[in-house]
Design a protein around this ligand. Structure first.
Ligand code: 5GP
Length: 195
């Protein structure tokens, strides 16, 4: 695999703004791409095959598992999600910074399988602020918010296993920090190759 690209794992609790952060990062650098995952969950309104996900039947997904086509996969909310190897390899070979925006289970697998990857955990400024962001985003379903908050607290306990932790308080500052992390990692990686 060409070492010029970079594999970046990005995880964050629900409501922490990981998709917005990634979209903003794309505006400041043109070398970032997001890996398109395969999933057995049904498409939501507006989601497109090959853009948001590769939508698979359960048997087709299992075939991808058996054929070793996935870098990792996890079961989340009764559906399977996995990262196809082919897309990641293509992006890295093209020298891209390839983001895997995945849950903490999948992230742990990639970290152990791919020591060449770097990992970033996005933290909310506080649990109170996370709750209020979820309350603003979700309809007033208190149970759903409580469930997400319980998952978030467990996920935040995993944050120490990530190489970098960035607080998403001010969006611009957060994007700037991630941009700096990528610059430093690319510099380190490419200078090691020259040596
Ligand atoms: P959603 O159904 O809301 O699109 O995604 C549900 C969860 O699955 C999110 O936490 C998302 O980051 C995670 N996810 C999406 N793709 C993958 C993947 O390829 N592998 C893993 N492990 N998690 C994924």
């Amino acid at each position: 695999m060409n070492k010029k690209g970079l594999l970046v794992i990005l995880s964050a609790p629900s409501g922490c703004g990981k998709d917005t952060v990634f979209q903003e990062l794309r505006k400041v650098r043109n070398d970032v791409v997001e890996s398109v995952s395969a999933t057995t969950r049904a498409p939501r309104d507006g989601e497109e095959e090959g853009i948001n996900y590769y939508f698979k039947s359960e048997s087709d997904f299992q075939l991808m598992v058996v054929n070793d086509e996935l870098l990792e996969y996890a079961k989340y909310n009764n559906c399977y999600y996995g990262t196809p190897i082919a897309g990641v390899e293509k992006a890295i070979n093209e020298g891209k910074v390839c983001f895997l925006i995945i849950d903490v289970q999948g992230a742990q697998r990639i970290m152990s399988q791919r020591p060449d990857s770097i990992s970033i955990f996005l933290l909310p400024p506080s649990l109170e602020i996370l709750r209020s962001r979820l309350e603003n985003r979700c309809t007033n379903d208190e149970d759903d918010i409580n469930r997400r908050m319980a998952i978030a607290e467990k996920e935040i306990h995993m944050a120490s296993s990530y190489k970098y932790r960035v607080v998403n308080d001010d969006l611009n500052e957060c994007v700037e920090k991630i941009n700096e992390i990528i610059n430093v990692e690319l510099l380190t990686k490419n200078s090691k190759e020259i040596i």
